[in-house]
Design a protein around this ligand. Structure first.
Ligand code: ZN
Length: 309
């Protein structure tokens, strides 16, 4: 049993849309903001849906079968992979690093985004312009969000690395695949003064957000490296502290080594992976007892893979 497939966990979000339902999962409820595809997190562990381990939660399966996870010896499944459909702006937020997250009995949250689709005007918030903490606090107090927050236009195929401590938001009209440390801890800095149907604003966590933020903003440039194997193209999107993420554009059969264990999400196409059928929207893990990954696409396939580090 070298490949386990996982059942998505759909999460209702006030800002969620219907794109995940329209494009990937016909069973997803309306306003599904997030689909957790590969998760061992206590707030929504995904379940194995094939083979001899069917019915097991990844959270437990990871701990009881270290040999299938390259004996990496962590006390919880380290990564979380999800799809996010932002039909409205998400709050402006920041996540703590491992050290600060300890107080909350959580891992820190470094994350990265592969942009699946974006409307013409779509933007993200990616960092801030304050030079010092004092400057940041002043701009927050004055609600000077225009000058404080850095905006970027995004398009399908873009990739962003967001270390813990980086202020960010996904704005309206963006669908992303996110690979992150397995944490569910967010400090909300600004929520556009929005009120819900009961006239309430969502809670902000200003002190925590300011404590978690890195000053000044650091720049992240990563030279994407691609390798061509016949007519297939594998592009390394990031290879940083917690994870390595790659994009696979496949037109024909490919066979590569599986050095560790490999998380995969199929964004386009269908075919087989180590003799198991896959289609668009599927998520799986090639366990470390498989020394090779063999994919035979029936249709042109786009997949994103992630390895923990
Ligand atoms: Zn985030």
């Amino acid at each position: 049993m070298s490949v386990i497939f996982l059942k998505p966990q759909f999460k209702y979000r006030i800002w969620g849309g219907n794109k995940l339902k329209e494009d990937y999962y016909s069973i997803a409820p309306d306003k599904t903001g997030e689909a957790w595809l590969i998760s061992g997190h206590q707030n929504g562990s995904t379940e194995i849906i094939n083979g001899q381990y069917r019915g097991s939660l990844l959270k437990d399966f990871y701990l009881t079968n270290p040999n299938l996870f390259n004996d990496e010896n962590k006390d919880q499944f380290p990564l979380l992979v999800k799809l996010i459909d932002a039909a409205d702006n998400l709050s402006v937020q920041v996540h703590p690093d491992d050290k600060m997250a300890l107080e909350y009995h959580s891992l820190g949250k470094t994350e990265c985004w592969y942009i699946i689709s974006a409307t013409d005007e779509a933007e993200i918030i990616y960092g801030h312009n304050a030079l010092t903490k004092e400057d940041f606090i002043t701009k927050v107090k004055n609600k000077d969000w225009e000058n404080l927050l850095r905006r970027r236009k995004v398009k399908a195929g873009d990739f962003y690395y967001l270390p813990a401590g980086m202020v960010h938001a996904i704005n309206k009209g963006v669908v992303i695949l996110e690979v992150q440390q397995s944490a569910d801890l967010t400090f909300r800095l600004y929520d556009y003064e929005r009120i819900d149907k009961d006239g309430k604003k969502r809670e902000l966590h200003l002190a925590e957000a300011i404590a978690a933020t890195t000053f000044p903003q650091q720049e992240y440039h990563f030279q994407k490296a691609s390798k061509k194997i016949n007519s297939n193209l594998i592009t390394t999107l990031t290879d940083a502290k917690y994870f390595k993420v790659e994009k696979w554009d496949l037109k024909e059969q490919i066979k590569t080594e599986n050095n560790h264990y490999t998380l995969m999400v199929f964004l386009e196409g269908s075919g087989t992976i180590n003799n198991e059928y896959y289609q668009k929207g599927d998520a799986c893990i090639v366990l470390s007892d498989a020394k090779e990954i063999e994919i035979i696409p029936e249709e042109k396939t786009l997949l994103i893979s992630a390895n923990s580090k």
